[in-house]
Structure formats: structure tokens, C-alpha cells
Design a protein around this ligand. Structure first.
Ligand code: BV8
Length: 256
């Protein structure tokens, strides 16, 4: 593993522009369950189509709202873990680090990453079924309805996250594809690689002939196209990669 970490750090050290693509696994060591892991996975006991779709919300708005209230309550309690902090620390050694995340927990920014593309939204924001956006919890704190209603039009409020069957924010996904095709390397952390179109991003880097490095305790749908597979938890692996990168950078680093 040490040799693989060294090889990975040398690839990063040569990168003028690094894309870091993350999924729920990067936040696991902060205490946020992933989606698919059997026991405590968020969807282990639920059908995502019942909870993370407009149809599921319209069918049972209270249940969906309460599921998100439970999830957001957990997110509110947690802090970035050594994996998030290692990704933020990459910016000390590399000219450009772009984080593209499927997560809605905002932990990359909390850890200090300065360029974060959120493909599936952010837990702090809400919108209504009529399309009014930009609300936060403070905007409906005085309401007792579950779900609360839009302060502007009275329609039901919902989390401003991307549900299944919904388009991703155009600017976010367009920039994500462009950066994935143009980067010098891609570091993929903590994703099963099952949800599209996000899961195609590593393929864009691979097809552009760029090295793909994956960090995951388990093989994923991305692993077959990874040039280096660092098998283990992000909170343990990534700090070692960054420490090695720091040594290489201190040695003047390989030619860029
Ligand atoms: C779209 C936000 C165009 C909400 C999420 C039929 C009809 C409509 C669409 C489709 C369809 N069939 C397929 C689709 C496309 C669909 C899709 O991909 N479905 C899948 C299930 C097959 N996609 C969509 O609908 C997307 N929109 O396509 O629009 C369109 C429009 C209309 C009609 C057709 C097409 C929208 C998808 C976005 C859904 N929203 N999240 C919320 O959070 O509540 S998805 C959600 O699940 C996450 O954001 C993430 O993207 C995904 C979970 O994936 P991961 O992050 O990878 O998490 P997972 O648990 O799976 O894996 C965790 C990994 O971590 C594991 O590998 C594990 O080993 C690893 N790990 C564990 N511990 C650690 C670790 N790694 C490192 N360290 C550790 N310690």
C-alpha cells in the first residue's frame, strides 16, 4: 500500500489541475451513513424512489419531510473528518484543486476546500413546488405545518436537493464534465459509482487519458477504470497521500 500511496502522490504532485470527485463515503467517518451500506445505510430500509423523488414527496409529503429532517439533524451534528481536511490541504501543494461532490452535507467547504461543485444540492437550502428558491430554515421557523409552506406563494416547501428523475443544476454538471475532461488527474473518493450522470465523471477523465486514483474500502463501479486503487477508508488513506505529497513537494517535487 505504501508504494501505491507514493505513486498516487507523485501523480498528484505533477498535476496543475486536480479534480477530486466524492460521494457519501467521504462523510462516513464524520458519522453520516452512506446510502447503500446494508445495515445502517440510509436506504437499507427504505426505497429511494419513495423518499428522494417528487412523486414520493407528493404521495407522502410529511414522510419525506421527516426523513430529511432526520438526515439534516445528523448532518448538523457532524464536522469534517481527516479525509475532508486532507482534500482541503491539497490546495497547499497544487495550483488548482476542484472538488466535485455528490454530497449535500457541505463538509468540504467546512473543511476549507475553496472550489466545490455541488451536483446534488445543499442541505441548507429549500425551495417550493412552484419553483421559488433560496429559502433557509429561518424563513419558515415560525410555521408549524409539516411540511411548511412557501413564504411567497403558499406551495409546499421541499429540500433544494436533486431527486431521482430530476435534472442536475445545469451550470454545476456542465462545469463538472468540462473540468473532468480537462483535468490532469482525478481522485475519486467514497462513491459506489451507481448514480448517473455523476458516476460518468471518472469516465471523462479516463477517456481524456488522465490518471484516475480511487480511494474506497470496497471495489466500486469506478474501480475497473482506476489506474490506482487505494483500498481503505478515506480518513486513513488521504492524510497519508497528502503527507507523501508534502515530502515530494519539499523535495522540489517531480517535474510538472
Ligand atoms: C437524472 C441528493 C436526467 C438527494 C441524490 C429512470 C428514471 C429517471 C432517472 C433514471 C432512471 N434510471 C436511471 C436514472 C438515472 C438516475 C440514476 O442514476 N438512478 C440509479 C439509482 C440507477 N439518476 C437520476 O435520476 C439523476 N437525474 O438522471 O436526470 C433525467 C431526468 C428525467 C428522466 C431521466 C433522466 C438524479 C440523481 C441524483 C439523486 N440524488 N442525492 C439526497 O441526498 O437525498 S443521489 C445520492 O445517492 C447521492 O447524492 C449519491 O449520488 C448517491 C449515492 O451514491 P454514493 O455517494 O456513491 O453513496 P453510496 O452509499 O452508493 O456509496 C458509498 C461508497 O462509499 C461505497 O462505495 C462505500 O464502499 C464507500 N465508503 C464507505 N465508507 C468509506 C467509503 N469510502 C471512503 N471512506 C470510507 N470510510
Amino acid at each position: 500500500m505504501e508504494q501505491l500511496i507514493r505513486r498516487a502522490a507523485e501523480i498528484l504532485a505533477r498535476s496543475r489541475c486536480l479534480v477530486v470527485f466524492t460521494g457519501a463515503g467521504i462523510s462516513k467517518e464524520s458519522g453520516i451513513p452512506t446510502f447503500r451500506e446494508a445495515q445502517e445505510g440510509l436506504w437499507a430500509h427504505y426505497d429511494p424512489s419513495e423518499l428522494a423523488t417528487v412523486e414520493g414527496f407528493r404521495r407522502n409529503p410529511r414522510r419525506v419531510w421527516e426523513w430529511y429532517t432526520y438526515r439534516f439533524g445528523r448532518i448538523e451534528q457532524v464536522t469534517p473528518n481527516p479525509g475532508h481536511r486532507a482534500i482541503a490541504a491539497l490546495e497547499r501543494y497544487l495550483p488548482r484543486v476542484i472538488v466535485i461532490t455528490q454530497n449535500i452535507d457541505d463538509l468540504h467547504r467546512a473543511a476549507g476546500s475553496s472550489d466545490v461543485i455541488e451536483l446534488h444540492g445543499n442541505w441548507r437550502y429549500y425551495k417550493c413546488l412552484s419553483g421559488h428558491t433560496g429559502f433557509t430554515r429561518a424563513d419558515f421557523a415560525d410555521q408549524t405545518d409539516v411540511p411548511p409552506r412557501c413564504p411567497r406563494c403558499g406551495a409546499l416547501l421541499r429540500p433544494d436537493v436533486v431527486w431521482f428523475g430530476e435534472m442536475l443544476p445545469a451550470e454545476a454538471i456542465e462545469r463538472a464534465f468540462a473540468e473532468s475532461s480537462a483535468c490532469d488527474a482525478m481522485l475519486v473518493v467514497g462513491t459506489s459509482g451507481l448514480v448517473q450522470p455523476a458516476a460518468s465523471l471518472p469516465l471523462y477523465a479516463h477517456r481524456a487519458g488522465r490518471p484516475v486514483i480511487e480511494v474506497n474500502p470496497n471495489p466500486s463501479d469506478i474501480t475497473p477504470l482506476a489506474d490506482i486503487f487505494l483500498q481503505g477508508p478515506a480518513g486513513q488513506i488521504l492524510p497519508k497521500v497528502v503527507d507523501t505529497l508534502a515530502i515530494i513537494a519539499g523535495e522540489g517535487g517531480p517535474p510538472r
